[in-house]
Design a protein. Sequence first.
Length: 495
Amino acid sequence: MQEKTFFSTRTSHTIALFIIFILGIGIRFYDLTDLPLDFHSTRQLLSAIKARGMYYSTRMDVATEYKSFAVQQWQFRASVEPEFFERVVAFTYQFTGEKVWIARIYSSMFWMIGAIFLFLLARKLTNIDGAIASTAFYVFLQYAIIASRSFQPDPLMTMLIIIFLWAVYEWSEKQTYQYAIIAGLFGGFAIFIKFVAAFFVISGGLGAVTSHKSIKEALKNPQLYVMSILGIIPGAAYLIYGIFFTDYLGQQFGGRFIPTLFLSPSYYVGWLNMLNLVMGGFVLMIALLGLFFYDDKKRRFILSLWLGYLTFGIYFNFHISTHDYYSLPLIPIAALSIASLASFLFAKLSELTSTNFLRLSSFFFLLLGLLAITWNTRNILNAVDYRPEEKMWQEISQIIDGYNVAGLTQDYGSRIAYFGWRSITDMPSYGDILYSTQRTGKNDFEERFNAIISKKDLFLVTDFNDLNRQPLLKEKLETYPIFSEGDGYVIYDIR
């Protein structure tokens, strides 16, 4: 007997998907041209600075000083991942001019493309009801809306992981070279874009394999080796180049794993806080309960994804407990976990809504919920207009022109570099000092301060919240005269 579903007709699930995608794209394009300071501005400005440098390196119509500064800032900034996304944006600048919001369009579309393949995978694992619910969760989770607009490689990486999971699960059922190659290519590309994707690609691959046969049987299949080789080559090539030929990746990977954190409650509390920011405790509970609604084989696949995330969080123990976007790949995993529970609930709803009036009423209530979430997120995006900040940084840049400057500013000086075309020496933030102390056990304020202000004329402060968390620095700066001050900044004369 055919399984009873709530979205039982082609028309109903087509309309549902149309609404999900139109609203999902629309809310991500809202306030499109605001500055990239709404979500992890340090990471977004890093990509913006790199994209500008790439773009200016090809321009012949700009002053030499601007071109040199843009290229120097691009090459000076840290590189952990390949600069693929930045190059795509820089290439687009050739046609649009330097419009940093172009990256917001790309990231949003990456996320929405991921939604298509999440729907296909969830439908394979459950049915049309579970797939629609899973897709709606992935698209409308408030954190996902805001994070998926950001100028950083994570939305692209998440999309590629989802496409890999869809392809590898299809391969596990159909055992064709076509799906093996697709899975290998997208898995390898995901790892290439951001190496941390390896945790989710490997766990997803193992889960798909073991959900249908034993590891011993799978190892006899040559398609597995084709998929593995395609998945390994891109990321491995980049790692070998970055670690053994240029050494910049070796420096960047240092400090990602801090064994002493396992003895600190801050690690576990921090990780839980990040999960609360990403999806909240109630949603996390529902996602985990959803595992019980899968049969053994499918549960094995979903569980492997959770174990991949857990392993990832154990290895990157500092960042998982301090950087909420490190849990971004958990969103599609949670969406898949919810799919089976949603399928069960929609089946019950279908039984209860036996008349057209009841069915239309339930559709209306579901739509009302999506509209409420969308409107609430719109209000959050509309709450702060970051555009005036650009003028402030340009004003500061004019004041400090010709001086050697140190400072405690947001985003390690990236804001004044991007908006004000000026480079300053950064004073470590409170978080950086705490991180350094955990790693080295050293915290000498005088030594740090004197090293930074050596041969400097001025000290710029714009991050007053962080200044209040560093009382020694605040007391020290108060001994110097004020050179200039304005709305949002104070400049001290430290000569």
